[in-house]
Design a protein around this ligand. Sequence first.
Ligand code: ADP
Length: 286
Amino acid sequence: MLDVNHVTKKYGKNPACDDVSFMLEPGSLTVLLGPNGAGKSTIIKSIIGFLKYDGRITVNGIPNKTSEARKIMGYIPELPSLYPTLTVVEHMEFIARAYKMTNYKERIEMLLERFELADKKKKFGDELSKGMQQKLNLCVGLLPDPDILLMDEPLLGLDPHAIKELKNMIEEMRQAGKTMLISTHIIDSVDMLWDRTVIMQNGKVRANVSRSEIEGQGKSLEDLFFEVTEGLSPDSVGKALSEDVAGEKESAAGNSAFAEERKDAAGDSAFADEKEADEAKGEQEK
Ligand code: ADP
């Protein structure tokens, strides 16, 4: 069980995540939906331990930044961060060693084969096309086969074969009882068997609903998304929203203009926090 408890992350004075709470049940697939700038990446980076924040995140009761918790979690970032001087296969071996994996050669072969990188093994990171870098990013994230996998916009930039392959792998991981959190701003891409959706907007959780609750109301995920993010009557959202969230909806329109301004204002502190993230990542990879 992964428990995100009242997490607030601010850049300067601006909250990118504002009092965010949700849980990932063991073996469940949760879709984290929200428009650009909603705070999805920020909460994922907080969970994996790359950012400082207020609040508490635990994995099976253990604080998320401990090495014990980190061993259980894996992360596929939105943007690949590859090493220009390592080849495709060296990237994979580097991660295998970092996670102290044994018998990893077969899994490396399998992943590179499935994502059509088997003939690119000796290419360096900076010799790969953008799409290939994205696929290597996926292979690196999938390699350790963690119990909990956090994927930030994993379908972006992939070709149709890789999209199909990733969806197959998600289904396989689901059957193997893995816990997954997948963020996206493209609702159409969520055609896999998800169990729960958490919808964020302007740094806040606007809805946290199970698949059966939505289906019980005869709604699609898209219906719910627009009800929640475009401020339709709370009645039409029914049980999906807590009273608390419904109250916040009154200010949703104002908030979205504010969010744009906030992006600019927050820019100043971007470097500091990205550095912090990189340092944390470096530490994790050591
Ligand atoms: P999403 O992943 O939903 O698109 P993000 O979590 O990336 O949203 O961003 C949430 C908010 O935090 C946005 O307003 C964004 O501009 C701001 N933000 C994200 N990263 C930084 C950063 N490193 N420095 C300053 N502001 C940031």
